[in-house]
Design a protein around this ligand. Structure first.
Ligand code: CMP
Length: 139
Protein backbone atom coordinates (compact mmCIF):
# COMPACT_ATOMS: atom_id res chain seq x y z
CA UNK A 1 0.00 0.00 0.00
CA UNK A 2 1.27 3.49 -0.88
CA UNK A 3 2.62 5.70 1.90
CA UNK A 4 0.36 8.54 3.01
CA UNK A 5 3.22 11.03 3.26
CA UNK A 6 5.90 12.62 1.13
CA UNK A 7 8.82 14.97 1.69
CA UNK A 8 9.26 18.43 0.17
CA UNK A 9 11.89 21.14 0.21
CA UNK A 10 11.46 24.76 -0.87
CA UNK A 11 14.81 25.45 -2.48
CA UNK A 12 17.16 28.38 -1.69
CA UNK A 13 16.14 30.73 -4.54
CA UNK A 14 12.40 30.27 -3.94
CA UNK A 15 12.86 30.78 -0.21
CA UNK A 16 15.05 33.86 -0.75
CA UNK A 17 12.49 35.35 -3.15
CA UNK A 18 9.75 35.07 -0.50
CA UNK A 19 7.76 32.44 -2.42
CA UNK A 20 7.34 30.09 0.55
CA UNK A 21 3.97 31.53 1.61
CA UNK A 22 2.48 31.24 -1.88
CA UNK A 23 3.86 27.70 -2.32
CA UNK A 24 2.53 26.55 1.07
CA UNK A 25 -0.88 28.04 0.24
CA UNK A 26 -1.02 25.91 -2.94
CA UNK A 27 0.11 22.83 -1.00
CA UNK A 28 -2.65 23.28 1.60
CA UNK A 29 -5.28 24.11 -1.01
CA UNK A 30 -4.46 20.85 -2.79
CA UNK A 31 -5.31 18.88 0.33
CA UNK A 32 -1.87 18.20 1.80
CA UNK A 33 -1.52 18.48 5.57
CA UNK A 34 1.79 19.64 7.06
CA UNK A 35 3.04 17.04 9.57
CA UNK A 36 6.53 18.47 10.11
CA UNK A 37 8.33 21.62 8.99
CA UNK A 38 11.53 23.57 9.58
CA UNK A 39 13.88 26.15 8.14
CA UNK A 40 17.42 24.86 7.80
CA UNK A 41 20.54 25.28 5.70
CA UNK A 42 22.33 22.32 4.17
CA UNK A 43 26.07 22.02 4.52
CA UNK A 44 27.88 20.84 1.37
CA UNK A 45 28.29 17.46 3.06
CA UNK A 46 24.55 17.18 3.75
CA UNK A 47 23.68 18.27 0.19
CA UNK A 48 26.01 15.55 -1.15
CA UNK A 49 24.37 12.95 1.09
CA UNK A 50 20.87 14.04 0.12
CA UNK A 51 21.62 14.07 -3.62
CA UNK A 52 24.09 11.15 -3.72
CA UNK A 53 22.12 9.42 -6.50
CA UNK A 54 23.03 12.28 -8.85
CA UNK A 55 26.79 12.00 -8.21
CA UNK A 56 28.69 11.98 -11.52
CA UNK A 57 25.94 13.73 -13.50
CA UNK A 58 26.95 16.91 -15.35
CA UNK A 59 24.76 19.11 -13.13
CA UNK A 60 25.90 17.55 -9.81
CA UNK A 61 28.48 20.16 -8.72
CA UNK A 62 26.13 23.07 -9.48
CA UNK A 63 23.31 21.24 -7.68
CA UNK A 64 25.40 20.83 -4.52
CA UNK A 65 26.59 24.43 -4.68
CA UNK A 66 23.06 25.75 -5.15
CA UNK A 67 21.37 23.55 -2.55
CA UNK A 68 23.88 24.59 0.11
CA UNK A 69 23.81 28.29 -0.85
CA UNK A 70 21.04 29.42 1.50
CA UNK A 71 18.18 28.37 3.76
CA UNK A 72 15.64 25.78 2.65
CA UNK A 73 12.18 25.09 4.09
CA UNK A 74 11.69 21.34 4.54
CA UNK A 75 8.43 19.58 5.33
CA UNK A 76 6.59 16.29 5.55
CA UNK A 77 3.22 16.40 3.78
CA UNK A 78 0.34 14.00 4.32
CA UNK A 79 -2.28 13.00 1.79
CA UNK A 80 -3.60 9.73 0.35
CA UNK A 81 -1.05 8.54 -2.29
CA UNK A 82 1.09 11.51 -1.23
CA UNK A 83 4.16 10.83 -3.40
CA UNK A 84 2.19 10.48 -6.62
CA UNK A 85 -0.19 13.35 -5.81
CA UNK A 86 2.63 15.71 -4.89
CA UNK A 87 4.67 14.86 -8.00
CA UNK A 88 1.56 15.82 -9.96
CA UNK A 89 1.31 19.14 -8.11
CA UNK A 90 4.99 20.10 -8.54
CA UNK A 91 5.18 19.30 -12.27
CA UNK A 92 8.17 18.53 -14.51
CA UNK A 93 11.76 19.18 -13.40
CA UNK A 94 12.09 21.73 -16.18
CA UNK A 95 9.56 24.55 -15.62
CA UNK A 96 9.29 25.19 -19.37
CA UNK A 97 7.90 21.64 -19.68
CA UNK A 98 5.68 21.85 -16.58
CA UNK A 99 1.88 21.96 -16.88
CA UNK A 100 -0.09 25.10 -16.05
CA UNK A 101 -1.07 25.23 -12.39
CA UNK A 102 1.93 23.22 -11.19
CA UNK A 103 4.29 24.66 -8.58
CA UNK A 104 7.28 24.61 -10.90
CA UNK A 105 5.33 26.33 -13.69
CA UNK A 106 4.22 29.03 -11.25
CA UNK A 107 7.34 29.51 -9.14
CA UNK A 108 10.49 28.01 -10.75
CA UNK A 109 13.19 30.06 -12.47
CA UNK A 110 14.88 27.19 -14.33
CA UNK A 111 15.57 23.46 -14.31
CA UNK A 112 18.30 23.85 -11.69
CA UNK A 113 16.49 26.54 -9.67
CA UNK A 114 13.16 24.75 -9.82
CA UNK A 115 11.55 26.05 -6.61
CA UNK A 116 10.68 22.75 -4.92
CA UNK A 117 11.85 19.20 -4.45
CA UNK A 118 9.39 16.34 -4.02
CA UNK A 119 10.22 12.69 -3.28
CA UNK A 120 10.01 10.43 -6.34
CA UNK A 121 9.07 7.18 -4.55
CA UNK A 122 7.73 5.93 -1.23
CA UNK A 123 11.16 4.55 -0.43
CA UNK A 124 12.79 7.96 -0.98
CA UNK A 125 9.99 9.76 0.88
CA UNK A 126 10.86 7.73 3.98
CA UNK A 127 14.62 8.20 3.54
CA UNK A 128 14.27 11.95 2.91
CA UNK A 129 11.82 12.56 5.77
CA UNK A 130 14.12 10.62 8.12
CA UNK A 131 17.12 12.63 6.87
CA UNK A 132 15.63 15.84 8.30
CA UNK A 133 13.13 14.92 11.00
CA UNK A 134 13.16 12.83 14.17
CA UNK A 135 9.91 11.23 15.30
CA UNK A 136 9.59 13.94 17.98
CA UNK A 137 9.35 16.61 15.27
CA UNK A 138 6.32 15.02 13.53
CA UNK A 139 2.72 15.73 14.51
P1 CMP B 1 15.09 17.75 -7.64
O1 CMP B 1 13.70 17.25 -7.74
O2 CMP B 1 15.46 18.45 -6.39
O3 CMP B 1 16.10 16.52 -7.85
C1 CMP B 1 17.37 16.67 -8.42
C2 CMP B 1 17.61 18.04 -8.95
O4 CMP B 1 18.67 18.14 -9.87
C3 CMP B 1 16.38 18.48 -9.73
O5 CMP B 1 15.34 18.73 -8.86
C4 CMP B 1 16.92 19.66 -10.49
O6 CMP B 1 16.94 20.84 -9.74
C5 CMP B 1 18.35 19.22 -10.75
N1 CMP B 1 18.46 18.73 -12.11
C6 CMP B 1 17.98 17.57 -12.62
N2 CMP B 1 18.29 17.47 -13.92
C7 CMP B 1 18.98 18.58 -14.24
C8 CMP B 1 19.58 19.05 -15.43
N3 CMP B 1 19.53 18.34 -16.56
N4 CMP B 1 20.21 20.24 -15.38
C9 CMP B 1 20.27 20.94 -14.23
N5 CMP B 1 19.72 20.54 -13.06
C10 CMP B 1 19.07 19.38 -13.07
Amino acid sequence: MALNYTFTMIKPAAFKNNLSGSILKEINEHGFKIRAMKLTKLTKKQAKQFYHIHKGKPFYDDLIQFMSSGPVLVAILEKKNAVKEYRKLIGSTDPTQADEGTLRKMFAESKSHNAVHGSDSDENAKLEADFFFSRFERY
